[in-house]
Design a protein. Sequence first.
Length: 83
Amino acid sequence: MALHEQFEKIIEEVEELDYALQCECEERVTQEAIDVMRALKGFLDILAEKHGIDVNEALLENDGSVTSRYAVAKRRNGLSERG
């Protein structure tokens, strides 16, 4: 899927989430939020592939928490998450 098509999918999913929020249907809101996250992940995966970015590491790095920075540092040093 092309980047623009994936972006359109994000917009669609956000509109469906907005509708679910207006209806105040908690179960549907949860499902629509999950669909938005999947669409965003697809978008990020396309960008990552084009630019050679590790999306998970980039998200952790920009999280700013001590735990996330520690996990990124461990991975960069070749250590496992548990090691």
